[in-house]
Design a protein around this ligand. Structure first.
Ligand code: UD1
Length: 423
């Protein structure tokens, strides 16, 4: 398995091109299952998770042409040959559950492996299933698979109320409802920008969706959707991560993508409170930290709150900031696994249930560490960039799932970082 070797201590300076958002690319790729037309997607990031979604779609019979260099995909589900998402593909990427709504909506039946838990928690899908049942689907769980059947004549519009905000749950019901008969109203829908991006793509395909970006989304079902062209929005989590890279190394990074200010409302406020200088322009944001940062408490929340997907990275930065910071994780029950690795590098962090107390230390020391999940991996990269000496990060396949070209982007800004390929 590949590793990363980092020599800490360089203040990063330069421009970081921000890739397309993984969490928008995955549902939008799954949306191709809703039409026999061709979906052309631009700004698709070149990531292992995107390849996993591609493999799943191809297993279902989708024809996929990808120009990875140009970040362009075309997906055509003219003749779906299977409605089964097998365990071996789903276990590699939980977002495979996004095939369920489109398959049952267009083909009337779907069999998708239950994703099971993952390192950051139990990650149930009960709300996806209840939502589909509200649209008339019958759901049976058999041999580890979700078997969903639409009624004769297809799914029927209804009110779907989410008791807790679910991003992929909202996306699954949104996609399924585009082809349901009548009107569907999603109450307590997720507000994440990736939902609006998906809705924009679905509307370009002929869907009738209004209210996306608010907690109530209305979908007027249509008999069929057509092909379309759509550009995936920038990855706000990648942008926030590189902002934190500028902060922890006391450098200056220009994050190149449009509309980032609207995509990162709480995170930019938190970074400014921590003492970062942030200059927002239409097509980029410049983040720098020339002086000492200040401690700050963070609570993760659904959008527009501070994202859970930027929690581990902020913790790495706060571990070097004088004073105490309290981090409360409210989305995932097991998202502090990076703490043990940061502590091995000299951080002073204690965990009490869903709360971590970070007491700033004067320096971190390079060490061999183990990446535990996708976002935690970059927390360790940030710690390595600021640490004294050499850090080796093992198991970086987690990083490859969700961040494009990490060593290349960081090295271009002056970091001493290299990928050590497995023999
Ligand atoms: C998505 C993101 C992930 C991010 C998360 C929260 C994608 C591909 N992944 O994950 O990066 O960390 O949002 O912003 O977009 N829940 C239930 N039942 C369900 C579904 C969810 O109880 O059926 C709970 C979960 O346990 C969790 C909360 O709802 O506590 C939020 O989960 P959800 O928004 O569904 O996360 P994902 O969509 O899986």
């Amino acid at each position: 398995m590949d590793k990363l070797r980092i020599r800490g201590g360089e203040a990063l300076q330069g421009v970081v091109p921000i890739s397309g958002a993984k969490n928008a690319a995955l549902p939008t790729m799954a949306a191709c299952l809703l039409t026999e037309g061709t979906l052309f997607l631009e700004n698709i990031p070149n990531l292992v998770d995107v390849q996993a979604m591609r493999a799943l779609l191809e297993a279902l019979g989708v024809t996929c042409h990808a120009d990875l260099h140009a970040h362009r995909f075309s997906l055509s589900a003219r003749s779906v040959k299977s409605v089964t998402a097998p365990y071996d593909l789903v276990r590699k990427m939980r977002a495979s559950i996004l095939a369920l709504g489109p398959l049952v909506a267009r083909h009337g039946t779907a069999k998708v492996s239950l994703p099971g838990g993952c390192a950051i928690g139990v990650r149930p899908v009960d709300l996806h299933l209840k939502g589909l049942e509200a649209l008339g689907a019958s759901i049976n769980l058999k041999d580890g698979y979700i078997c969903a059947e639409a009624p004769k004549g297809g799914l029927v519009g209804n009110v779907v109320t989410f008791p807790v905000v679910s991003v992929t749950g909202t996306e699954n019901i949104l996609m399924a409802a585009t082809l349901a008969r009548g009107t569907t109203t999603i109450i307590n829908a997720a507000l994440e920008p990736e939902i609006s991006d998906l809705a924009t793509c679905l509307n370009a395909m002929g869907a009738k969706i209004t209210g996306h970006g608010t907690t109530t989304i209305t979908i007027e079902g249509v008999p069929r959707l057509k092909g379309a062209t759509h550009t995936i929005l920038p990855d706000r989590i990648e942008a926030g991560t590189y902002a934190l890279a500028a902060m922890i190394t006391h450098g200056t990074l220009t994050l190149q993508a449009s509309g980032l200010e609207q995509l990162l409302p709480s995170a930019l406020t938190v970074f400014a409170h921590m003492g970062a200088q942030i200059d927002c322009r239409e097509n980029h944001i410049a983040v720098s930290s020339s002086c000492e940062l200040c401690s700050h408490d963070i609570t993760t929340e659904p959008f527009p709150g501070y994202p859970t997907d930027l929690q581990a990275q902020a913790m790495a930065v706060l571990s070097l900031v004088p004073g105490s910071s309290i981090i409360r994780e409210t989305i995932w029950e097991n998202r502090f696994m990076h703490v043990a690795e940061l502590v091995r590098m000299g951080a002073d962090i204690s965990v009490h249930g869903l709360t971590a107390v970070v007491r700033g230390v004067p320096a971190l020391l390079g060490a061999p560490v183990m990446a535990t999940d996708l976002r935690a991996s970059f927390g360790l990269v940030l710690a390595g960039l600021a640490a004294k000496g050499e850090t080796i990060i093992n198991r970086i396949y987690h990083l490859d799932r969700g961040y494009e070209a990490v060593p290349e982007k960081l090295a271009a800004c002056g970091a001493s970082i290299e990928r050590i390929s497995a023999e």
